[in-house]
Design a protein around this ligand. Structure first.
Ligand code: GRF
Length: 204
């Protein structure tokens, strides 16, 4: 299954997905990487692999709706079966949601529905929880509100700051995200995937 990756930042989840594909742990094919930011390091990773690296900057469009439509068109050019958000920092608009209905997944650094939105590891520390983690979920029109597909737990350690906690959550993301993409690429239904708990790998 061809996968289009949307990323705004560092792209460590993209790198983890690429590694899993290279090592035969993920049955997907990378179709290309799209970003809202020309300087996103994730684009470099795409170029290094000879993949399309496409920038759709909001500033080049009259308004949010025009940007959303341009994004939907750019994704469609890659002919993906699945769209994954790996650190994409913008809300997906109605045109993109409609074009890829139930085929967009996101990874978020908390156990949703706790701590949606920005700075989830910071939110977890401020709330004083002992366990947090990461979630892979379907994307809908809300902020991190779509159907939960898989989660993995991460313990908060004494003395954690947001950066240290986020680094451990990201290690969990790098294991969980490629497994969910693999399951989707192998044609597992959302129902089947959602039945696996706490980051248990959906088996091929
Ligand atoms: C990840 O922690 C992800 O959960 C969140 O943004 C971060 C992206 O990190 N949505 P990276 O760019 O994949 O390193």
């Amino acid at each position: 299954m061809r996968v289009a990756v949307l990323a705004s930042g560092r792209g460590s989840n993209l790198a983890a997905l690429a590694r899993a594909i290279d090592e035969g742990r993920c049955a997907a094919t990378l179709a290309g990487v799209l970003s809202d930011r020309a300087s996103a390091p994730a684009l470099e990773l795409a170029r290094a692999r000879g993949l399309p690296a496409i920038v759709v900057p909001p500033s080049a469009h009259a308004d949010r709706a025009a940007w959303d439509e341009a994004l939907a068109r750019a994704i469609a050019q890659l002919e993906p079966g699945l769209v994954v958000l790996a650190g994409f920092m913008r809300l997906i608009g109605p045109a993109t949601l409609a074009a890829f209905r139930d085929r967009i997944v996101n990874v978020h650094p908390s156990l949703l529905p706790a701590f949606p939105g920005m700075d989830a590891p910071r939110q977890a520390l401020d709330a004083g929880v002992r366990i947090t983690g990461c979630t892979v979920h379907l994307v809908d029109a809300g902020v991190d509100t779509g159907r939960i597909l898989a989660q993995a737990a991460v313990r908060v350690s004494p003395g954690d700051d947001a950066a240290r906690l986020h680094a451990r959550i990201q290690a969990a993301e790098h294991a969980l995200f490629p497994r969910v993409v693999d399951a989707l690429a192998r044609g597992r239904s959302m129902d089947e995937i959602a039945r696996f708990e706490e980051g248990e790998a959906p088996r091929p």
